[in-house]
Design a protein around this ligand. Structure first.
Ligand code: NFS
Ligand code: SF4
Length: 680
């Protein structure tokens, strides 16, 4: 990957990679080169550091050590390592969920200047679901009980998570039979860490089924709670317009970039950045105003609810600072490169760390606590205003590349827009699938990995899916990749989708690729699948639905947890680089084959995105055939394509940006209550 132009398919990223290269600034791509060749034992999952008789490693060629000092085999070591990864990913997502529930408890007290109940409809729906008394009670009173109930869910010792009730019967049966029915997140993570200690669980199959249970505690617990409560606290997202890529950074404004994951801070910052007093202060130092944009999932959160533009995804975090126009980059938890603080040596940007859980040496630490949310947010904005004068105009290089998009889709929104305002329903979606106009539905999610050209696999897989009439739902950095390439705009249907999707998008006014939020919002895919099952006609359990998932450029342990909870819930998942399990053929076989018997779905590893898309489409076609559904209405021949995706030219932004404001609701386009095209 030495060649600079093969590092990304995003013209804005490429421009900044050149800036970095010319200035001799090292980025993730350079550091990857320094790491090569990467450790083969690590890739295969056969090194163990679980006790200090070790570290031990297994010889993959069979001529050296075939067991660790304690006698652990490759099977045990690989499965144990995987369970540890899952537990770590689950812990991260779920702890994020817990912070949001804590903020809900504050909102319920009614005296927070930052947190209020902004999603009363969702609050009441959840209260109904959990049997929380509502009659004659205010939103705050109901929210107090909801927060208490959900906080207790994290620590639930015995009995199943309440949200398990949302799953179809077959999934619940599978989980019980496999010993994978999830209890509270805290309990599952502690159990996983206990089981992976030296001399505890050595049974690979048992470790893998426990991985499934641990992940399910996130998918149906921690992450699902994070999504639900974010909707209650910050408001339910609705389709709105916005923009993406480094071109959203404005040269003449005080620029604040939020990076990380927790909307408890970024959402409050949205309010602080538009405070008239602070805007006046920014103008007093010579700026036109205060510009807010984001990186990674915290950006997805405020995009979904406020239309705040996104500067870039995971691999653009360093590049964004190198525009020289960022006055403050605010970081909280997860996916933040330690390297960003080093960039302060070359650029005036102040990196501000905010989480008591994540300190960054060299950063300015302004600890954020929910009780003082607004005060802290304003203080941070003032640091940015004060730092504006230190900007060196000679170093400011902002690529003129951005793309417009529509985001803000949720389980509820899909029902509203397809069924119409007066009769929200998944019927039109199920009808579309039953007739074959829509072949199926896919979730394409996850990170960027410098081992792959940045964004290339996301774009290739998504284009191939929609070309074959598979509707795509997206979260995380994958959604940002597609947003930057114009795939999240309704116009993308005509340019890239098959005829079936085009008909639906035309009738309803939606893009062929729906941005449904941050990575915790992957749980919206579960709630949408549950609606599809409940609506009937396309399978009475998740494993029968013509749906599939993918994470082509995954990086994080959180991505392993997500993949695992999808597979354990009956949804086939293809990932780009393989899980670190190839050191044990038995473990690989279990994940990619025998999980079918336990959960009705498997993992697959495929680094070529076109082949990965075809694995998903073939899976969807098999499910259609099993259900007795007709073949897809419009056949699209598989074209022999190379893995290389089409490049997005500068200003592929070919679609001229109009005067539409960020955050402008697009309800006008899609509130017609269209029932979708009539079935033939
Ligand atoms: Ni998801 Fe979001 Fe991006 Fe990957 Fe990181 S930001 S939680 S882990 S890198 S998609
Ligand atoms: Fe080695 Fe066993 Fe200790 Fe792992 S647990 S480091 S395999 S002795």
């Amino acid at each position: 990957m030495a060649e600079r132009k093969r590092r990304s398919v995003d013209p804005a990223a490429l421009a900044m990679i050149d800036v970095a290269g010319d200035a001799g600034i090292r980025t993730a791509w350079d550091r990857l080169e320094s790491q090569e060749p990467q450790c083969g034992f690590g890739k295969l999952g056969i090194c163990c550091r679980n006790c200090f008789m070790g570290p031990c490693r297994i010889d993959p060629f069979g001529d050296g050590a075939m067991e660790g000092i304690c006698g652990a085999t490759a099977e045990t070591i690989v499965a144990r390592n995987l369970l540890k990864h899952v537990a770590a990913g689950v812990a991260a997502h779920s702890d994020h969920g817990r912070e949001i529930v804590t903020a809900l408890a504050l909102a319920a007290e009614g005296n927070s200047d930052a947190y209020k109940i902004r999603g009363p409809r969702k609050l009441r729906r959840l209260a109904d679901e959990y049997g929380i008394a509502q009659e004659g009670r205010s939103d705050e009173e109901v929210a107090k009980d909801l927060a208490e109930f959900l906080l207790a869910e994290f620590g639930r010792q015995d009995g199943l998570l309440a949200n398990v009730a949302r799953a179809p019967e077959q999934q619940k049966k599978n989980w019980t039979a496999a010993g994978a029915a999830p209890r509270g997140v805290d309990r599952e993570v502690v159990t996983a860490m206990h089981m992976t200690n030296i001399g505890v669980d050595n049974d690979a199959e048992h470790l893998l089924l426990t991985s499934a249970r641990t992940a399910l505690a996130d998918g149906w617990g921690g992450s699902m709670i994070a999504t639900d409560v974010s909707d209650v606290l910050f408001g339910e997202p609705h389709p709105l317009r916005s923009r993406m890529n480094l071109g959203v950074i404005k040269e003449d404004e005080v620029n604040i970039l939020v990076h990380g994951h927790e909307p408890t801070l970024s959402d409050v910052l949205v309010a602080a950045a538009s405070d008239p007093e602070l805007v006046a202060e920014a103008q007093a130092v010579g700026a036109k105003g205060i510009g807010l944009a984001g990186i990674c999932c915290t950006a997805n959160e405020i995009l979904m609810r406020h239309g705040i533009p996104i500067a870039g995804n995971f691999l653009q975090q360093e590049l964004a600072v190198m525009t020289g126009a960022i006055d403050v980059m605010l970081v909280d938890v997860q996916c933040v490169f330690p390297s960003v603080t080093d960039l302060q040596k070359c650029f005036h940007t102040k990196i501000i760390s905010t989480s008591p859980k994540a300190k960054f040496p060299g950063a300015t630490d302004i600890e954020f606590h929910e009780e003082h949310a607004m005060e802290t947010a304003k203080r941070i904005v003032r640091v940015a205003i004060d730092n504006y004068k230190n900007r060196d105009p000679a170093l400011v290089k902002i690529p003129d590349v951005q793309e417009k998009l529509v985001a803000g889709f949720t389980t509820e929104v899909v029902s509203d827009i397809l069924g119409g305002k007066y009769r929200p329903s998944y019927r039109p979606l199920n009808d579309g699938i039953q007739t074959g106009r829509l072949r199926g539905v896919a979730g394409v999610v996850g990170c960027n990995n410098p081992k792959f050209p940045h964004d290339e696999s996301h774009l290739a897989i998504v284009k191939e899916l929609i070309r074959n009439d598979v509707l795509v739902l997206q979260t995380g950095c994958s959604a940002i990749a597609c947003g930057k390439a114009g795939l999240l705009s309704p116009e993308a249907a005509k340019a890239h989708a098959g005829e079936g999707i085009q008909e639906i998008c035309r009738a309803v006014g939606i893009p062929p690729v729906l941005h449904i939020g941050s990575c915790v919002d992957n749980t919206r895919i579960f709630t949408a699948c549950a609606e599809m099952v409940a609506e009937g006609g396309i399978g009475d359990s998740f494993d029968k639905l013509p749906v599939a998932g993918a994470a082509p450029e995954w990086v994080s342990e959180k991505a392993i947890a997500i993949g695992m909870y999808f597979v354990a819930s009956g949804i086939f998942v293809v990932i780009g680089q393989p899980l670190p399990v190839k050191g044990s053929p038995l473990v690989e076989e279990m994940l990619t084959k025998s999980f079918e018997e336990h959960f009705g779905a498997t993992w697959a590893f495929q680094s070529d995105p076109i082949k990965a898309a075809h694995l998903m489409i073939d899976h969807i076609d098999r499910k259609r055939a099993d259900l007795g559904l007709p073949p897809p209405m419009y056949r699209v021949p598989y074209e022999p394509k190379t893995a290389e995706a089409e490049r997005v030219g500068p200003g592929a932004a070919g679609i001229a940006l109009t005067a539409e404001a960020d955050g402008e609701p697009v309800a006008a386009a899609i509130s017609g209550g269209c029932r979708g095209p009539a079935p033939d």
